[in-house]
Each structure stands twice: as C-alpha cells, then as structure tokens.
Write a protein that binds this ligand. Structure first.
Ligand SMILES: [Zn+2]
Length: 407
C-alpha cells in the first residue's frame, strides 16, 4: 500500500468518530474499533488551585499501607521482592490516595499473584507513574475496571482459579494500556512560547466552499517563522471554535515539527462527528466542538503532524492485517513495532487498540501508536516528567528523538 492510500484511509477513519466505548464494562479481548482521538470529550484544561487558601487545609489522614497490607493474606502470599516494590510504589508521595487504593486493590486480587516478577514490576511501573495529567488518569481507569463485573467475575466462573487466570490476563492487558485513556492526555497548560507569530487580516474572500456548507468567508494570514499560514474563517465565526487569537497562541507554542507542517487552516462552520481532519497535505479542517481545550487542539495538531513526519521517515506500509507477519511492514515501521513490543506499554487506549488490531478492519496500525506517543512526548519534553516518559517507553523514546533530531 502506498503512503498516499494509507493517508486516505486515515482521513476516512479519523473523520468518522465512533462514540466512546463504555467503561468499565467493555471487554479487553473484544474491544471494538475506535475512532481516532478526534472525538468530542477531550480533557478539560487542568485548573491551577488557589495558591493561597485563607485557612491551610488539614492534610488528609495518610494510610499506613505497610501496616494495612501486613494483615492482608493475599499480599503476604506475594514474593518478598514484589511486596517490596508494591510498598515502594505506595510510599510515593506524588501518587494520589485514590490511586494508591486502586493499586492496592489490584495487587491483592487473586490474578496479581499469578504474574511473574517482571510482569508485576512492569505493572507497578506503569500504574505507579506520576506523569502529570497522565498517571492519575490511568489509575482512575484502573479503579473503575477493578470494580467491574468483568474483572470480578471473568468468564462468569465460580471457580477461584479460573477467576485468577482471567484476572491475570486482564492485568497483563491493563499494563499494556488496555485501560488507559482514549487519547494521549494533555498534561495541562500550553508549553512556553517558541516563536513570535504576527497576524494580518481579515480580508474578505467572498463565498467559500467549506466541507460543511458554503458561507461568506474571510482570510487571516499568520506569519510563522518566515512562512505564511492561511486561516479561513466563516465571516460569522462559529461558536466552539478557536478564535484567531487562540490560534495565534497555538502557533506560538507548537513544537517546530508541527509549526512547520501546516499551510492552511480551515475553520469549518458546521459540526461533524470529527473534531478535525487532515489529508496530510499541510491543510487541516477544524470543526466546532463543545468543551475542547486549546491543549487538546494542540495535541491534535501534533498528532497529525507526526503522521506526516513518520510517513516520510519510516516509509510504507505502517500497518498489517492482524494475521500477517510484521515483516510485511516497511523496515522503518518494523523498527518502531519492535520498539513498541520491547517497551510493553502504550500511551493510550487508542494506541493500544491500534497496535493490537482491535478495530473495524482488523489491522495493526503502528502509525497511530507513533502519533499518540509523539503527542505525549511533546507534552513532557523539557519538563521533569520527561525522565519518567523515557523510563516507561525507552525504546520509542530513543527512536522519536532520532526521528526529530532531538537525540
Ligand atoms: Zn491518527
């Protein structure tokens, strides 16, 4: 398959957005295909808390996990090394109490005792990560899943061993990202400004043929790093769309790899199922979407730019049928697939499903895993969380840095 036809496929799929899979009742093994992350319902921006509360809050009572687990027979049955790793994770002050509860519930469920030491460590490393806006979110998903019937009674079995075997399988999948968030989570707040952007316009361009209907339109010109980016708006700016000032802010803060990607932005007058769509030719359409944060929109622009970069860097094809051998991938994508396999974890539910081939066309799509991972990379790059990202995804981290010349 050529790069062009893969791009076309992607456009079709990324524009057709499926409703979110209900959680936590979905099945890990039979997870349905997902739309891309361009769905309604992005994460709202994280609001900073009031820095100076008038009365200092009383610290919540801290659970003494060591004492509590000392009385738990399931915990005591774990091997001493795993017990130690659990206690170290639960002692991390950067993990919220609810997240510690979820981890404690997981490690004392019958399935956890069946994990190998390495798999138990991997699980703790992934579920115990403290990447802002990311770790706490996947622990909330974990808590919901552990409480579900699907986890408590896998295969509707009354036999304890079968329950444990089912749980072990689920914990392994969870550790790979099966219960992560649908898309890479914006860590919160746009990165610092990278460049000055100036805006001229608007000028009338008369009636314009938008994808969602014709309307009187106007054009702004953004001057970005010596290039002109054309931005087309309906004369009546749609609600739930970024303003020219917000787009200017996005362009000031976009990583270079994405800022250099776009030549034309079309603000569509009408809603569709999609949040945005692109054909990989430097043009992106942004559809109105209620509640979408600027951070989410920036992630979307990075995700799409990552597709275009990887098409050039890794060649084609980037996907294979679930039954096919990975040697059908281009050499560049074989390298990425090997890195993903070695890392073990995915950054999002969507990336996990794409790699596993849990989608409508039963194809394993490594391009989606790349784009999702790059989204999170640019959210943590240059922050203290970058080291943790590198620990969780070491092989992909190296490849990403090579690809973008950051290494
Ligand atoms: Zn994508």
């Amino acid at each position: 398959m050529t790069a062009i036809s893969e791009r076309k496929l992607r456009l079709v799929r990324e524009s057709l957005i499926l409703p979110p899979r209900p959680k936590p009742t979905s099945s890990v093994e039979t997870a349905p295909g997902r739309g891309d992350h361009f769905r309604p319902g992005g994460q709202p921006p994280i609001k900073p808390t009031d820095p100076k509360p008038s009365v200092p809050p009383t610290p919540p009572p801290t659970v003494d996990w060591e004492a509590k687990l000392a009385k738990n027979p399931a915990f005591q049955a774990l091997n001493p090394g795993v017990q130690q790793a659990v206690l170290e994770t639960l002692a991390n002050p950067d993990i919220e109490d609810a997240g510690k509860e979820a981890i404690a519930t997981a490690v004392t469920s019958p399935g956890f005792a069946l994990l190998s030491t390495d798999d138990a460590d991997d699980f703790l490393q992934y579920e115990g990560n403290t990447i802002p806006g990311f770790g706490a979110q996947i622990r909330a998903e974990l808590a919901a899943h552990l409480a579900s019937d699907e986890y408590q009674h896998p295969h509707v079995s009354i036999f304890p061993l079968e329950q444990a075997v089912g749980q072990k399988r689920e914990l392994l999948e969870i550790s790979r990202g099966a219960e992560a968030l649908p898309g890479s989570t914006p860590v919160g707040g746009l990165p610092p400004s990278q460049r000055d952007v100036t805006v001229t316009g608007p000028e009338d361009v008369g009636e314009y043929d938008f994808e969602t209907g014709s309307a009187d339109a106007e054009r702004y010109t953004f001057h970005v790093d010596g290039r002109d980016v054309e931005v087309i708006y309906p004369k009546e700016h749609p609600e739930d769309s970024p303003s020219p000032e917000e787009l200017e802010q996005l362009f000031e803060t976009l990583p270079d790899m994405a800022a250099s990607e776009y030549e034309r932005i079309i603000i569509e007058p009408g809603k569709t199922e999609a949040s945005a769509s692109t054909t990989g030719d430097g043009q992106i359409r942004i559809f109105p979407e209620t509640g979408r944060s600027l951070e989410r929109l920036q992630s979307t622009l990075v995700h799409e730019a990552a597709h275009n970069v990887s098409d050039d860097a890794f060649g084609s094809p980037s996907s294979v049928d679930v039954d096919d051998d990975l040697s059908e991938l281009s050499p560049g994508w074989q390298e990425w697939a090997a890195a993903a396999e070695a890392d073990g974890h995915s950054v999002s539910d969507y990336a996990y499903d794409s790699v596993a081939g849990n989608n409508d066309d039963d194809r394993r799509k490594f391009g989606e895993d790349f784009a999702e991972t790059v989204e999170l990379y640019y959210q943590v790059r240059g922050t203290p969380a970058e080291a943790e990202f590198a620990r969780l995804y070491p092989n992909r981290y190296d490849l990403i840095r090579q690809t973008f010349g950051d290494a």
